[in-house]
Ligand binder design. Structure first.
Ligand SMILES: [Zn+2]
Length: 410
């Protein structure tokens, strides 16, 4: 497939992308000799690539060090502030806006509630206003701003750049989010499924160069799974990979829309924990249709788990369901890591991660000949929004770029 987005300040040559990738993944700096050794490029080719990256201002020379015989080596470092991108995470409950630098670090952020009853045009208007305000308030240099990445719940139609009636976003049918935002802001825009964006964020900014084969289990208002194999994010036939909501993890549990009980999505849904904690008398009941109230009650219930046996039982059940899903997915794909992220996970992790690991380690269903690491995303609470920004960086700079960028029509 040809690469769209030709008007982006593209890095152009493949070798430069490869070299930039090595420098980006070496926070302590890396010498030209080491780059040649790691990439397999000739030292002349590696030197030519670094010269162009230096001229573009994307990298800088650091200290000279003598590491043995031969002449001292000059360490090359990324210049994180050289470029930035905007990442937007559209969640059914909130919209997170971030500006990330070239290293994937957050330099500005804002969060707004997701509009409930507005028309698509009003939603786009409100998002444009939020982006403009963030860029202005954070004094972001527009000349260095590469574009906007949007992460949204599926199903998405990436050909048309639309959000097509996600289950948790009633009224969001055929919303042409990508083109409307691109036209209004005059910037290239990428659209990506939320879990895929979160996975790209892990690849771009996680800083663990040994994490090659992993899944990102996203626990937000909904649940999803992103997959990277051999450090390459997977998307599937229509880029909608990752709906893990109907994976059966138990024989009981709440009735799912699919007609079954024991589906992961229903079993670990925030509303379920809140409802059961309220029924047990551990927290005050709230309206389960009120996203904000559910989010607050969820945080309250999780915080009580260590001191309240009733909540502890509910949380342990959820931990068991997550562990079952983690083991099944790891077995299926031969994963070494499962990274958990998402707005609700930040509340659940402190009281559930240890139990999830214990159950994974004890699982008789786990068949792989290596230990499975289960941990929290190092990208942080805004992992999906950060990932959406990293998707733009990745499309411009990564050696295996994706053809998802829509050029600004301005
Ligand atoms: Zn189901």
């Amino acid at each position: 497939m040809s690469r769209r987005g030709a008007n982006l300040p593209s890095i152009g040559e493949f070798n430069q992308s490869v070299v930039l990738d090595v420098i980006r993944m070496a926070p302590g700096g890396v010498s030209r000799v080491e780059i040649a050794a790691q990439t397999g490029l000739s030292s002349q080719t590696a030197t030519n690539a670094t010269r162009r990256l230096l001229a573009a201002g994307l990298i800088r020379e650091g200290e000279r060090t003598a590491t043995g015989p031969g002449k001292p080596r000059t360490a090359l470092h990324l210049v994180p502030e050289a470029r930035s991108a905007i990442g937007i995470h559209l969640d059914p409950s909130f919209i997170t806006y971030t500006v990330v630098d070239l290293a994937g670090a957050v330099v500005a952020r804002a969060v707004t509630p997701t509009p409930r009853v507005l028309s698509p045009a009003d939603v786009v208007d409100s998002m444009v206003g939020s982006v403009e305000a963030l860029v202005a308030e954070a004094h972001i240099d527009r000349d260095r701003l590469l574009g906007i990445g949007i992460a949204a719940p599926g199903p998405l139609d990436l050909e048309r750049g639309t959000v097509d009636n996600p289950p948790l976003l009633p009224g969001w049918d055929g919303v042409p989010l990508r083109d409307a935002l691109g036209d209004a802001l005059g910037m290239p825009v990428t659209l990506e499924k939320d879990v895929t964006a979160a996975t790209i964020g892990e690849l771009w900014s996680a800083g663990d160069p040994d994490r090659d084969d992993f899944a990102v289990l996203y626990i937000g208002t909904g649940v999803g799974l992103g997959i990277a194999l051999d450090r390459s994010v997977r998307r599937g036939a229509t880029s909608n990979l990752g709906d893990i909501g109907h994976l059966r993890v138990s024989h009981d549990g709440p009735l799912c829309a699919c007609g079954n009980r024991g589906c992961l999505g229903e079993n670990i849904a925030p509303a379920r924990l809140v409802r059961e904690a309220a029924e047990a008398g551990a927290i005050a009941p709230v309206s389960l249709d009120d996203h904000d109230a559910v989010a607050a009650a969820y945080a309250e219930a999780c915080a009580a788990a260590d001191d309240d046996a009733r909540v502890r039982t509910i949380v342990d059940g959820i931990a068991g369901d997550i562990a079952t899903a983690v083991v099944l997915v790891a077995n299926l794909l031969d994963l070494a890591d499962v990274v958990v992220s998402g707005a609700f996970w930040n509340h659940l992790a402190p009281v559930a991660l240890t139990e999830i690991r214990r159950r994974v380690d004890a699982s008789k269903a786990y068949v792989l000949p290596h230990p499975l690491r289960v941990g929290t995303s190092v990208v942080g609470a805004d992992a999906t929004a950060v990932g959406a920004g990293c998707q733009v960086l990745s499309a411009v700079f990564a050696p295996s770029s994706t053809p998802l960028l829509r050029p600004a029509s301005a």
